[in-house]
Design a protein around this ligand. Sequence first.
Ligand code: TXA
Ligand code: MG
Length: 344
Amino acid sequence: MNNMITKKLFVSKNSNDNDYITQAVKILAAGGIVAIPTETVYGLAANATDETAVKNIFKAKGRPQDNPLIVHISSLNMLYPLVKAFPNKAKKCAEAFWPGPFTIVLPKSDAIPKRVCAGLDTVALRMPSNKVALNIIKACKFPLAAPSANLSGLPSPTSAEHVLKDLNGRIDAIVFAEDSNIGLESTVVSFAVNPPRLLRPGGISVEQIKEILPNIVIDDAVVSQINKDIPVASPGMKYKHYSPKCNITIIDSDFDSFKAFVEEKKNVCALCFKGEEKKLSVPCITYGCIDDSSSQAFKLFNALRSLDDKNFAECFARCPNKKGIGLAVYNRLLRAASFKVIKI
Ligand code: TXA
Ligand code: MG
């Protein structure tokens, strides 16, 4: 799969020039796979009702077959044929958070091939808010299955350049648009169970969800390592993820203790907050501001990719605050660090 020519489809600044949509739709309708921007991360899209196209997503990413995909829609009309039930609680969340970084898991209908959902009897659905993504889905008139457009195991791509680096020659096209403005993936909530369960924290915070679903249950996999041999609610959470080659350890401490700890080590680098690099004598990559979780979300995956671009082997990371979208930042960093945390 490494010998395809990957087309670059550029989004024109002229809003009347929709050539990139026409071309993306043509490729998708013919069963091709196209990377598209979304507000969370770039996604690798295929017609969700075309089993062969979906199979090619798994192949291009090297994704394990038992990790199900999210199906992207542009209207509620598109959702109804894909599910067996749409409970009231899920409807309320859709009203509050769609279009946006929120994914709803529901009992699936037969319109979605089993491969999309890795054999589960549920389907994950999301209506993205990114205009380019919405326009492409609308024009396709079929739902798009789309995981993050990275090679499996690597950090999710927040720019078209990241996608090109991972998947050039392995996919049909990449839509080049602006960088993803949230920077980490959607929140995943299952409504196939009662009470609803948070499977993955993301762009919509637990605090926001609790305003609508006060009894939401947080799955154990959100902040702890799970046994690979037992079945899990969200298969994606069991894999090594978001992981550069560089070995990362999170240091849960204040800045002074962090500084003392890393400066004692040889040949290491620090993943720290903006401004701290001036106070540290080791090489640094920053990921956002200490008191601004959204800026950390926006920068984290880019920072993780930079560790490998600079060939760092060993990295110690500052621990993010876990409130709001910070829980998602912590969840991703924890996986990038293979759950290695040192508390000082
Ligand atoms: O923001 C996002 O969600 C991005 C953009 C492209 O929309 N997509 C994304 O997809 O992050 P992916 O494949 O990297 O992550 C999908 C997550 C995985 O953790 C997967 O296990 C879970 O959603 N998932 C998908 N279908 C599921 C289902 N039926 N039940 C439980 N979890 C499911
Ligand atoms: Mg992913």
